[in-house]
Every structure is written in structure tokens, then in C-alpha cells.
Design a protein around this ligand. Structure first.
Ligand SMILES: [Fe+2]
Length: 167
């Protein structure tokens, strides 16, 4: 059984993952506008990952007998000054997600809700990868500048969404 406090915090994060998906979908749209199909693909994969995260929260809350509550959220940013700024915003966003997951973990620890701490550990590991992958692309964009952007676009075009096994 989840306490009301933990149930609400888990619901909030589920909704934040859907909000994150919307942010990345808007970023994919911006890349499409620039004609960068590879980066468009990269953000569309990111969009799917966020929906997958939301679904994980959904299933977990439900398996613990909690009530799923879907909320609305503010409009995502659709316009950016450059591709680099899109990735810088992504990194900021992922850092915010990490701090939110840490806060959730603190609540689960306080309540000695160890099924939830075990569930959240997956997200803590995932956030490490998320931040690292975005930071790597920022470094590469700075390195290649315009001349190499075409090649980098082809590289990120290879990204595919692969759900972790057992889901
Ligand atoms: Fe996420």
C-alpha cells in the first residue's frame, strides 16, 4: 500500500514524464523545421523513451493499488535560437528530472517503502545515462560546428527505441 503522499509524488512524476515527452516532441519539430532529419529522429526516440518512463510509473502505481491521476501541463517551448540551445535545454531538463527522482527516492526512504526505492533505482541509473548522452552531443555539436553537422546528423539518425527486456 502506498501512502497518499507517496501516491501523489509518484503520480506527479508520471505526469512530468509525459510533459517531458511533449518537450522532446516539440524539439523534434524544431529540428524538422531546420531540415535536420537525424536530430528530428533523435528527439522522436527521446519522446518515446519518456512515454515509456511514464508507462513504467503508471504500471507501478497501479500494481501497488494506487490511483492513477492524469493532469494537464504547460505548453512546451517550440522555438529555439539554435540546435545547440535545444541540447542545452535538454540537459537542463534532464538535470531537473534527476533532482525530482532523488526527491522521490528520499520520500520512499523516509516511509521505508522499499518496493518503491527498488523501482526508483532503475530511474536513477537511467538518468545517469540520459545526462551523459545529452552532454556528449553538446560537446560534439561544439566541436563539429556547421561543417560537420551533416555527418553528426547522420550519426544520430541511427538511434532506435529499444524497450528494455522484461517489459
Ligand atoms: Fe524520463
Amino acid at each position: 500500500m502506498l501512502t497518499k503522499r507517496l501516491e501523489k509524488a509518484l503520480n506527479d512524476q508520471m505526469n512530468f514524464e509525459i510533459y517531458s515527452a511533449h518537450i522532446y516532441l516539440a524539439m523534434a519539430g524544431y529540428c524538422a523545421e531546420l531540415g535536420l532529419e537525424g536530430f528530428e529522429n533523435w528527439f522522436l526516440v527521446q519522446y518515446e523513451e519518456e512515454l515509456f518512463h511514464a508507462k513504467k510509473f503508471f504500471k507501478f502505481i497501479s500494481s501497488k493499488g494506487g490511483r492513477i491521476i492524469i493532469t494537464g501541463f504547460e505548453n512546451p517551448e517550440n522555438d529555439y535560437p539554435s540546435l545547440l540551445s535545444v541540447y542545452e535545454k535538454s540537459l537542463e531538463h534532464e538535470q531537473l528530472v534527476t533532482s525530482r527522482i532523488y526527491d522521490l527516492m528520499s520520500i520512499a526512504h523516509e516511509e521505508k517503502e522499499y518496493a518503491t526505492t527498488s523501482f526508483l533505482q532503475w530511474f536513477i541509473d537511467e538518468q545517469l545515462e540520459e545526462e551523459e548522452s545529452v552532454a556528449n552531443i553538446i560537446s560534439k555539436i561544439k566541436l563539429v560546428k556547421d561543417a560537420g553537422l551533416y555527418l553528426l546528423d547522420q550519426e544520430v539518425a541511427q538511434r532506435t527505441f529499444v524497450p528494455p527486456t522484461g517489459e
